[in-house]
Design a binder for this molecule. Structure first.
Ligand code: AMP
Length: 420
């Protein structure tokens, strides 16, 4: 019978790979919680309207990439394409503004976008997402980027650059939009069909179009950063000076617009040149009007998302092996020894040592082969002779040395070696 395959662009994460995911998540939780963020888990499915209102009707994400479907009663739902809108919805719904402690949130989980799959771009992908509500202070903008730098450093990732920009406020954007539209109309013939359409619907998006002729046509386009209002310019100057204070290198990238409509003022991306066209590992920015636009109080907000697949691809390029915890293997021969060995495996596990045995009663040779394949650090060999003497052979697989150890104390001996 023909076997069933996973959906294109949606990947299994298998043992051997999962260790990377666990490490990336563990470090993320640690740093986020040190910075005062608390985890929030929201449903993977929401009402479609949340995303069309929250992200913007004329964004690629909503227009082209959303997994939207009517449920059995005909209500339109969608798989979440990002986390911010859901976190904002939860914030409003549970009146979290009234909670003095919980204003910083993080979420880790799968997102869904119907994009063309390629390296670093999938239809189900995962994000580490963080959101902060209630402060407009540029110190916070800088602190978030600093935290990202620290996180990537702890993971040992190098060769990424922090790009920052300011998209101004809706007021500065309104006048700029008209200027840019006029510029685009003059060059309309040189633009790709998408950008011709964007000229009317969402002109800012033309600025980061990847099509060569659009890039060429937009080379001397007027820049939003040159025309933001004094308040926005002051905010941006302060973000930059705090980044310097926190020794966080950055590059100003006046062409970065980000894909989602809700951003204003500070936006940023972590950029790499090692993943082909998928050059953003993570990004974020301010969204001061979003909570209000989704029916909540008028509180400012800022957040970011890191793509876990891209982050892990980059980490794997730098280091081949995932660090594995040591494993002990108990090789026992004969019925009584096998029983004692079975117990010993559980004793080791109780001590927090990963331990394995062979349940099938195979020969010592084949047990040793299996231990080798498992990448075992120590093999504990127990035959009837050893059992009689209350001893066990402890074999170090790295240097092949072997020692006889009292059976009662072998667990403690390994505990010490493994630091458990
Ligand atoms: P965005 O929400 O579009 O700003 O994306 C934030 C981050 O999520 C990006 O920088 C990527 O690392 C990651 N990301 C976005 N879309 C995808 C995708 N289709 N596949 C894999 N990662 C993605």
């Amino acid at each position: 019978m023909e076997s069933i395959q996973a959906i294109k662009g949606m990947n299994d994460i298998l043992p051997g790979q999962i260790e990377w995911w666990q490490r990336v998540e563990r470090e993320a939780r640690r740093i986020l919680e040190d910075f005062g963020y608390r985890e929030i888990r929201t449903p993977v499915v929401e009402k479609l309207e949340l995303f069309s209102r929250g992200i913007g009707e004329s964004t690629d994400v909503v227009e082209k990439e959303m997994y939207a479907f009517p449920d059995r009663k005909g209500e339109w739902l969608a798989l979440r394409p990002e986390a911010t809108a859901s976190v904002v919805r939860a914030y409003i719904q549970h009146n979290l503004q009234a909670d003095a402690v919980a204003q910083k949130f993080y979420a880790i989980g799968p997102m869904f976008r119907h994009e063309r799959p390629q390296k670093g771009r999938y239809r189900q992908f995962h994000q580490i997402d963080a959101e902060v509500f209630g402060t407009d202070d540029p110190m916070l903008d800088a602190e978030i980027m600093y935290m990202l730098r620290l996180y990537l450093e702890r993971l040992g990732l190098s060769g990424v650059v922090l790009h920052v920009n300011s998209l101004g406020c809706p007021e500065c954007r309104k006048s700029y939009r008209a200027v840019l539209q006029e510029f685009l109309e003059q060059r309309s013939e040189g633009l790709c069909p998408d950008c011709q359409r964007r000229t009317r619907t969402n002109p800012l998006r033309t600025l980061d179009c990847k099509v060569d002729r659009c890039r060429e046509a937009l080379r001397d386009a007027p820049l939003l950063l040159d025309s933001i209002c004094t308040d926005c310019a002051d905010h941006f100057d302060r973000v930059k000076s705090y980044l310097e204070l926190l020794r966080t290198p950055y590059e100003v990238d006046p062409r970065m617009v980000r894909g989602l409509d809700y951003y204003m003022r500070t936006t940023f991306e972590i950029i790499t040149d090692r993943l082909g066209t998928q050059n953003a590992v993570g990004g974020g920015g301010r969204y001061n009007g979003l909570v209000r636009d989704l029916g909540g109080p008028d509180v400012p907000g800022i957040g970011f998302a890191i793509g876990m697949e891209r982050l892990i691809l980059l980490l794997q390029q730098e280091r081949e092996e995932t660090p594995r915890r040591p494993v002990a293997f108990v090789a026992a021969l004969g019925d009584l020894a096998r029983q004692r060995g079975f117990l010993l495996v559980q004793e080791l596990r109780e001590k927090g040592i990963e331990a394995e045995m062979d349940y099938e009663g195979r020969s010592l040779k084949s047990q040793m082969r299996r231990a080798d394949r498992l990448g075992t650090r120590h093999v504990l060999i127990l035959g009837e002779e050893e059992l009689k003497r209350d001893e066990i052979q402890l074999r170090d697989m790295a240097d092949k040395s072997q020692a006889v150890v009292p059976l009662d104390s072998v667990t403690d001996t390994l505990s010490k070696i493994y630091g458990r």
